[in-house]
Write a protein that binds this ligand. Structure first.
Ligand SMILES: [Zn+2]
Length: 273
């Protein structure tokens, strides 16, 4: 297995070079930005070409990405601070230093999850697991997050689910929280106000075109999965997305080895001859 991080890192560092919507975009330098991206992606082509050459014709080669990339547009892609929402409702309590007071906090958020502060699981848990209190609180938090809107009346979350329901989306494991949250993406027609941006930001914060300080790239859910080799249908394109958990079972069947017992994705039979 070979992992190439180039596109991700470059996406974070340089999307303003090629996306006219970004305030740091400079029309007269766009060709330079595209040339750099061309160079980067051609390295990707070289990597794939070399792998195919070394692997030979009787090897199945898979190209997988775990996420896609977009542009982080300042002001539009602001992350929702779920902990601030929890604090507003008194579910998360901080002491004078700003640290979480675990003896009184009932819930906290990390990344895509809200965790209730559960006895026996969390070091200073105060909520009895599988109790009426647990169920009622979790439901109340879900309702609150679902109904929270921004200044334009747009919902901040596209989905907020109890963990056992979110399992259908392919999320799970021992470290997941009690609630899974899917924040809303910016409105597809939303535009960034560049004048307003430059009225409130300095070059000191943003850095320059040649030496940026902003994260200009964002992660998108959509990625790709390309398969080539013996037993794989040539030129087939699946019309709708699948989950990354399908990769391992599909590769296993293509190789003619047993699907791992702990793989919970499905085999994409339509990829195979
Ligand atoms: Zn990244």
């Amino acid at each position: 297995m070979l992992k190439w991080h180039g596109p991700d890192w470059t996406n974070h560092l340089t999307m303003y070079m090629i996306d006219p919507r970004h305030p740091m975009y400079e029309e007269e330098r766009a060709a330079e930005g595209w040339a750099m991206w061309d160079r980067l992606m051609s390295w990707g082509d070289e990597i794939v070409a070399r792998v195919l050459e070394v692997a030979g014709p009787d090897t199945i080669v898979g190209l997988v990405s775990d996420h896609g990339g977009g542009t982080m547009l300042p002001g539009l892609n602001e992350r929702v601070d779920a902990n601030a929402l929890l604090a507003e409702r008194g579910w998360l309590i901080r002491d004078q230093t700003g640290a979480i007071d675990w003896s009184r906090s009932k819930a906290y958020a990390v990344a895509h999850y809200v965790y209730l502060n559960v006895k026996g699981r969390d070091p200073q848990g105060i909520i009895e697991p599988a109790s009426r209190e647990y169920t009622a609180l979790r439901e109340e938090i879900i309702e609150t997050l679902l109904s929270t809107t921004d200044g334009d009346g747009r919902h901040l979350y596209r989905a907020v689910l109890p963990m056992e329901v979110a399992g259908r989306l392919g999320v799970g494991g021992e470290r997941v929280g009690d609630i899974f949250m899917l924040p809303a993406e910016p409105h597809p027609l939303a535009e960034i106000d560049k004048e307003a941006f430059w009225a409130t930001h300095t070059r000191e914060e943003t850095g320059t075109w040649d030496w940026p300080r902003l994260n200009a790239g964002s992660h998108l859910d959509d990625a790709y999965f390309v398969l080539a080799g013996p037993g794989v249908r040539r030129g087939f394109q699946r019309p709708r997305p699948t989950l990354i958990t399908s990769v391992t079972p599909t590769l296993a069947v293509a190789w003619g080895v047993p699907v791992p017992a702990d793989a919970d994705g499905s085999v994409l039979w339509e990829f195979l001859v």
